[in-house]
Design a protein around this ligand. Structure first.
Ligand SMILES: Cc1cc2nc3c(=O)[nH]c(=O)nc-3n(C[C@H](O)[C@H](O)[C@H](O)COP(=O)(O)O)c2cc1C
Length: 444
């Protein structure tokens, strides 16, 4: 047990709201919406459980602004931006359960952009027609017309207004991980020659306009956060220097919390994979530790420290925090204000409660076990199928724990990566198929 209690200290945000402590459950896509892309009882159960776990801030999985371009089957979408009474009641129930412990629940708002798989999307939409070449899962996107860009800016804002009306206590704009906003920032995926592409100022315009419109929609006294890549870690992509410049432009935009993350589907650094791999599948086999990661369990902390020097808003870092000592150190040295945790809360919702009570026990960490042959194949294999199973199986394993919590069940820790992979394929495709049928029936 430690006497140090920095994690338990409240944080006053610029808008006037207060987070009761410094632990945040970071966004994790749930995939448990109904066929009309509305929140369900499973959201209510899941978020009540996470609220009981003690984190001061819960951030929802990404809620989509465009029902045509989902991140995965089972996303909640708020489109049209003013939902009908039933959809609104469901959002209210979700918000009530997710704030039941006096904690905050913020809605993460997103557009998947080009990272929308073929089985949920007729046609991905993106700044430019740059296709994501990953496991043949993504179609060539269509480049957005200017009137669509302007419409999307308003959609982020309108969804934020809806979140406030439904009882969510804040919103987070998703500007990271290669989705729409992030793909505008990157010269690799944004090849436009109009006011929305080219110079950094033009590439950042979409993000800055979204944040401005969102703030205007919810008013000055409501938390607005942003998740931003410290870098894309991709040759020619959004760089750390560019990130530092964008943060300075964001300083005047009234953000309450900037969450630092990094990477895209092609370079999934958000999950701690490093190396020079050119695709996500290769990256799963690359080293999971760089020298700075070895020193610091949280792999974006070094970037956060550089961002801290130019940022005027509170900062949060997510990715790799697994010990209380690592979290306390990050808070004590002033690198961050809030600690983001994701995967550990899929298998043990009470992690925050124990940390706040002073427990020094290491957090659950299944990532290193979740590899074919318990890691036997992982570091050396060049076999595409094994790599594929490791990547999707691991992600699927966490999806499955989240869905089980939504059903009020305990996690299945003994499920291996291959079992999780098979289950992942089954769940994704059958959910997508059920949703397509339900939508067709509605149209009929
Ligand atoms: C199952 C799963 C779903 C995720 N979904 C989202 C998401 O919807 N939005 C987002 O910004 N990040 C998402 N992430 C990334 C996490 O928020 C977080 O950045 C990442 O898992 C690293 O944190 P950790 O080491 O504490 O797990 C997801 C991660 C996992 C494992």
């Amino acid at each position: 047990m430690s006497n140090n209690n920095l994690l338990a200290q409240p944080l006053n945000l610029p808008c006037g709201a207060t987070l009761p402590n410094r632990i945040c459950k970071a966004a994790m896509t749930e995939g448990i919406a109904d066929a009309q892309l509305r929140a369900t009882e499973r959201h209510v159960r899941l978020y009540r459980r996470w609220a009981e776990g003690g984190a001061g801030l819960l951030i929802s999985g990404n809620v989509m602004i465009d029902r045509r371009v989902l991140e995965r089957p089972g996303n909640v979408a708020i489109d049209p931006a003013t939902p009908d009474a039933e959809a609104m009641t469901r959002l209210r129930n979700w918000a009530r359960a997710g704030t039941s412990n006096g904690n905050h629940l913020w809605m993460q708002i997103n557009h998947a952009g080009r990272q929308s798989p073929w089985y949920v999307t007729g046609q991905p939409l993106a700044p430019s027609e740059v296709q994501l070449n990953l496991m043949a899962n993504y179609r060539r996107p269509r480049a957005l017309r200017e009137e669509e860009i302007l419409d999307f800016i308003q959609r982020y804002a309108n969804v934020a207004r809806t979140a406030r009306e439904a009882g969510f206590t804040g919103v987070q704009v998703h500007g990271a991980h290669g989705y729409l906003i992030s793909s505008f920032l990157s010269p690799v995926t944004n090849r436009r020659s109009d006011a929305w592409g080219g110079s950094l100022e033009n590439r950042a315009r979409f993000l800055l306009e979204v944040v401005k419109a969102t703030r205007a929609a919810v008013g000055p006294d409501y938390p607005v956060g942003l998740k931003l890549n410290s870098a894309d870690f991709q040759k020619g992509g959004f760089s750390n220097e560019e990130c530092l410049q964008v943060v300075q432009w964001l300083n005047g935009s009234g953000l309450d919390l900037l969450e630092v993350s990094g990477g895209t589907y092609e370079q999934p650094r958000l999950l701690g994979y490093t190396g020079e791999a050119s695709t996500a599948v290769d990256a799963t086999q690359a080293s999971v530790t760089s020298s700075s990661t070895q020193r610091r369990e949280a792999y974006f902390l070094e970037y956060a420290m550089a961002i801290r020097k130019v940022a005027k808003m509170p900062l949060m870092v997510t990715g790799g925090f697994r010990t209380r000592a690592g979290m306390e150190q990050a808070l004590a040295e002033g690198s961050v204000d809030v600690i983001g945790l994701a995967r550990p809360l899929c298998t043990d919702a009470d992690v925050p409660k124990r940390l706040l009570a002073g427990s020094d026990a290491k957090l659950p960490d299944y990532e290193h076990r979740l590899r074919l042959g318990n890691g036997v194949f992982a570091p050396t294999t060049k076999v595409f199928l094994f790599k594929l199973v490791n990547l999707l199986g691991q992600q699927g394993w966490y999806y499955q724990q989240i869905a089980r919590m939504g059903d009020g069940l305990k996690p299945v820790l003994e499920r291996g990566v291959f079992g999780a992979f098979v289950r992942y394929l089954w769940d994704e495709y059958t959910t997508a198929w059920r949703m397509r049928r339900a939508r067709a029936a509605l149209r009929g």
